[in-house]
Design a binder for this molecule. Sequence first.
Ligand code: ARG
Ligand code: ZN
Length: 466
Amino acid sequence: LLSVTVLALNACSASNGATAPSAAPGAPEAQSSTIGAAGIGDPDFPTDGNGGYDVEHYGLKLSYDPTSKNLSGTADVRARAAQPLSRFDLDLHGFTVRKVSVDDRPAKFSRQGDELVIHPAGALAKGAVFKVTVDYGGRPDPVRNSSNLGTYGFIPTKDGAFVTSEPNGARTWFPSNDHPADKATFDFDVTVPSGVTVVANGEMRGAPVTSGGRSTFSWREAHPMATYLATITLGKFTVKTGQSAGGIPVYAATDPAFRDGLGMLYSTSAKVTDYWSTVFGPYPFSSTGGVIDDFSAGYALENQTKPMYGGFQPDQSIIAHELAHQWFGDSLSITRWKDLWLNEGFATYAEWLWAEHTGGTSPQKTFEDYYSAKDAPMWKYPPGAAQRDDLFNNSVYVRGAMTLQALRRKIGDDTFFLLLRTWTDQHRYGGVTTDEFIKLAEKLSGRTLTPLFDAWLYKPTRPTLQ
Ligand code: ARG
Ligand code: ZN
């Protein structure tokens, strides 16, 4: 079944040789196909995302009951057809799909693994904007222990749910084009038993509406967002809101177990957001903040406007990291997972900048300490090609950050910080690749930098220092 859908090549997946179709790419039947591909074209994650359309907006109207662990409702997905479409997929894991319609007309659908295959009643023309409505429900089944990623997706907790989806767990709670190459705006209307708080991305649209023992929270993220950064984390939270000194609205929330850390989370998030705005360029979103839940995820995630800390009190360094991701990862998003160092290398470098800013070690000293470990495993793992089975390897973080320090030494502080600000400005809310970063660095510095980037990003050996 998979190879049939892969036959429906779009521009992106045409270069994906991972799944060999039985007809040659570019064969007339493939070119004229009106079937959206089952994947968006990421060679390492061939069925993540989908081909043939671009989502503009998700409108999610959902109810969650922490007792039965049932999540149910409708997803309205507004998209634009990138080709004529007689059939296309959304990504969805688990649940019972009760009904699908396209532009309010009932559509036939089937389930093939994590693909929800939709046949609209009438074919969609290239360029058409259309609305898919999916009525679904059931017990979310988060992704567990797939290639050392831990548990991710919609994770039920005692009092609600912890929702962090990197890299591809959005499908465990809503039908989506589940890949960062397709970003969209979001509306969330989530109903829970009264007493439970819903924390989603962006800002609340008015106070929650309560009736009959249930409350509905409405949130809106008006800036484009990758699916993995979407959240509707639910539970008994204490909330603190206000504004940073620089005028950015702040929303911080903690599970009762972390109540004592709420003040620190709030004030550090405010301070860090203001400081990064002076270093990386204007803050890209309309609010900042963070959430500490009691689910021991063993990681934090840079959910847009609402970084999530899974079962631990974050220190300043982690808060600095997750908020740096608001620029590197959230506003500027990678278009294939191989380029993950553009997120993690930059956010780790931000930790080093924060340390220096607060009177600690300089980035150069941090660099030297790591460099002196001649046998560190990261020298065998080139960070510029994050590996699908070991995506979040330490090298992607630390050797990625070292790449930036090596670059900074080569091009000088002024050009380096101009580069960071030009990078975030030129690609704000967009998609990025490593090649684009290298080209911009070469342009602004007037130097040839491919040998430096080759050695730091792409070679399985410890680079020599120039
Ligand atoms: N991007 C996160 C961070 O560096 C890590 C997410 C890890 N995801 C996972 N499923 N383990 O802060
Ligand atoms: Zn990170």
